[in-house]
Design a protein around this ligand. Structure first.
Ligand code: N0T
Length: 528
């Protein structure tokens, strides 16, 4: 009955991002696809490192690898292109049954031109760096550098031309244009050209897009004028590259942001100024219409902050994708709220066995337990990556992760209230004080989360781990109940396959998910 009528995957339709009623889907081979991703370390983009990459992706049940392609690597000498690594990567990805997201590390890699070829980074006359207020060269290349843009764009177009020829089956499903653009310290280019433009009016198209009154950058943007200025010119620069690439092969393209505190408007000198930080998303949307989305790189273990970042980037005009997050086990629970907010992709950073660990951002050691923390959830979703992506495109979803305080979290979906509780034994209530009990295994640990999709007013698909889910009426109603809670799974065609009914102890104290996530289909109702 509930078959999802998936469009059968068909080759020869370039991947794209679909957008309907504020929800999104990444379309691959003509059908929705959930990217269960992982990003390799920064220097793993050489054939010698690949044997250390695939086993980690397999162990975590990832279906997609995010891998840098460096400008210095494909154009070591100006005009001479070398795609041998791209070819090796494509071939191995196919052999390992993984899709690819290529990360174009070029004019900006964490703001710096470190991945640009030597002939670019040594020539400040032709490829100017930004100037500081004092007129000294800053480390970042200027987004106003027209020669830099032309050279970067040419190399990027060659890369996409190569993909068009060498990847007819779309092993590559998305391309990230640059990496964490913008600069720290100096919020804009103070070169004579930069000063001239900054003193002038904000371009009419930007004023119009934001619904603001015309004026100078300072008049329109106040305290964040320098950041707004650099963001606009960086967005225009990245847009020109994306547009040129898309003209060759229209793959989904995005760029990623290094993030400032999600709760406080940043100072231009306290943010990676120019990049698509959450407070300048509208500027990026106006300046880079050829990007399908801008995306957050989330290195913040605090659940409140993590979820706030998701909220900033999940917008009707911006599909949510998390191309980087910390890879320590405590981050794994954020998979659930990401799914709940409609994420089309999710990828912990630094998932390979080359031995580098970016603690304190991520894990101290990428051991089996850490990989399994992500892998358990991925294992549940990997066989249904398409089915879930279709569900999330068609239906409301909600997700949670345990917060610092372990407090309950609730939502209302139609006539039903759903509450997530943490650190419970499977039997009984918190206030059972008449019986002595030990603290639960998860008490004090940053684990636990769940996702819920509402298939019809009274029918829900739920999954989670280390969490208790309660379903009840949105407004008090003694006649409301769980009619049936089925454990089961979807087959590849999107048909629900029944395994068993949960009842009795398994439902009397909420739906209790343990460390290994499972999937339930819950039907709510009332007696008359
Ligand atoms: C990320 C990664 C890689 C004041 C860090 C995060 C990746 C890049 N950068 O391992 O370098 O290529 O996108 C920057 C986070 C800075 C936090 C500073 C806090």
């Amino acid at each position: 009955v509930l078959a999802l009528l998936l469009a059968l995957p068909v080759a020869a339709q370039t991947p794209s991002i679909a957008n309907r009623d504020g929800r999104h889907a990444l379309i691959v081979d003509g059908a929705p696809f959930l990217m269960l991703g992982a990003q390799a370390n920064n220097s793993s983009n050489y054939a010698a490192a690949l044997p250390k990459v695939w086993p980690v992706l397999d162990a975590m049940h990832a279906n997609t690898l995010e891998m840098p392609i460096a400008w210095e690597q494909i154009e070591p000498q100006e005009g001479r292109f070398d795609f041998s690594f791209v070819d090796t990567l494509l071939e191995q990805a196919r052999a390992h049954d993984k899709r690819l997201v290529l990360l174009w590390f070029a004019t900006w890699k964490n703001g710096s031109p470190s991945y640009a070829p030597a002939w670019v980074k040594t020539n400040d006359t032709r490829f100017p760096r930004m100037r500081t207020k004092e007129g000294k060269p800053h480390y970042a290349l200027s987004p106003l550098g027209q020669n830099t843009l032309a050279a970067d764009k040419r190399a990027f177009v060659k890369l996409i031309e190569h993909l068009k020829a060498a990847d007819p089956d779309d092993t590559v499903i998305m391309v990230q244009v640059e990496n964490e653009t913008g600069s720290y310290g100096t919020p804009r280019d103070y070169s004579p050209e930069g000063n001239r433009l900054f003193a002038g009016p904000v371009p009419a198209e930007l004023v119009k897009a934001l619904g603001k009154q015309p004026g100078t950058w300072r008049a329109v943007f106040g305290d964040i004028a320098e950041q707004a200025f650099n963001s606009w010119y960086t967005a225009r620069y990245v847009d020109a590259i994306a547009a040129a690439g898309k003209a060759v092969k229209p793959l989904p393209m995005y760029t990623n942001a290094s993030l400032s505190d999600p709760f406080v408007e940043p100072k231009p000198t306290g943010v990676q100024s120019g990049g698509p930080n959450w407070n300048v998303i509208p500027i990026w949307k106006a300046g880079a219409p050829h990007l399908d989305l801008v995306a957050p790189d989330i290195y913040n273990r605090d659940a409140r902050a993590f979820v706030k970042y998701l909220d900033h980037y999940a917008r009707p005009d911006n599909a949510l994708m998390v191309p980087e997050l910390g890879n320590s086990a405590d981050y794994a629970r954020f998979f659930w709220p990401a799914l709940g907010k409609g994420a089309i992709g999710f990828a912990p950073f630094g998932m390979d066995a080359t031995g580098y660990n970016n603690y304190p951002l991520g894990t101290k050691t990428l051991d089996d337990d850490t990989i399994a923390a992500f892998g358990r959830a991925y294992a549940l979703f990997a066989p249904i990556a398409r089915v879930w992506a279709k569900i999330a495109y068609d239906h409301p979803t909600w997700g949670v992760a345990k917060g610092k305080d372990g407090a309950d979290q609730s939502t209302v979906m139609g006539g039903w209230k759903i509450t997530a509780q943490f650190d419970q034994w499977q039997m009984g209530e918190r206030d059972w004080t008449w019986i002595e009990k030990d603290p639960t295994p998860t008490t004090g640990k940053p684990v636990g989360g769940a996702v819920v999709a509402q298939l019809s007013p009274d029918t829900f698909i739920v999954a989670g781990s280390d969490v208790r889910l309660r379903f009840g009426p949105a407004t008090p109603d003694d006649r409301a109940m769980i009619i049936r809670a089925e454990q089961g799974h979807y087959d590849a065609q999107g048909r629900w396959v029944f395994e068993r009914v949960w009842n009795g102890d398994q439902t009397d104290y909420g739906l209790n998910f343990t460390t290994t996530p499972v999937m339930l289909r819950v039907t709510m109702g009332r007696f008359k």
